[in-house]
Design a protein around this ligand. Structure first.
Ligand code: HEC
Length: 151
């Protein structure tokens, strides 16, 4: 009986991986692909403005030791950057894919630090986040008289 059960499990696992491979499942080690909600520069700009204001709230929360507020802002940033990441994945722009993936990871690290009430770790992770903002802006943001555009 035990052997039959074991064999059934082995077979189901084999079948499942075959099905997943056929469905084009994401290979291990790669972030799951979600579709972006960003379809225009206006959409993108709106996301960046939300990112800007959450980043400001996050800074204030960390400085004043308000862990719950920090966690709320970093959770928002995580969601926003996942969307931004999906956008760049669709556009196939490698450095922006990396900057945005690092931004997601930094937001997650901030959430973890805030949950542990560790404001030092939150500050460190926020510095990592800030360097993603700067890196991506240097490479892909251009200031014009009519506001920021992409390059
Ligand atoms: C993966 C690339 C990328 C990352 C990471 C990124 N940005 Fe941006 N951001 C852009 C691009 C491209 C623009 C110019 C297009 C635009 O303004 O929509 C921009 C524009 C902006 C704007 C101006 C929005 C407007 O149109 O007025 C703000 C504010 C902003 N980003 C804040 C941030 C902050 C804060 C971070 C980090 C916490 C960040 N961004 C991280 C790519 C990025």
């Amino acid at each position: 009986m035990k052997r039959v059960l074991g064999l059934t499990i082995v077979l189901s696992v084999a079948l499942m991986s075959t099905l997943m491979a056929q469905a084009g499942a994401t290979p291990a080690g790669q972030a799951p692909m979600t579709k972006t909600t960003i379809t225009s520069l206006a959409d993108y700009s709106a996301k960046m403005k939300e990112i800007g204001s959450n980043n400001g709230m996050l800074g204030k929360a960390i400085q004043s030791g308000a862990a719950a507020d920090a966690a709320k802002a970093s959770a928002q940033l995580e969601t926003l950057f996942k969307d931004v990441h999906a956008y760049w994945v669709e556009k196939k722009v490698d450095d922006a894919i990396t900057f945005s993936a690092n931004a997601v990871a930094a937001a997650q690290a901030i959430s973890k630090a805030a949950a542990a009430n560790d404001m030092m770790a939150a500050t460190d992770a926020r510095a990592k986040l800030a360097s993603q903002c700067m890196g991506c802006h240097t490479a892909h943001r251009e200031k014009t008289d009519a506001g920021f555009i992409m390059k």
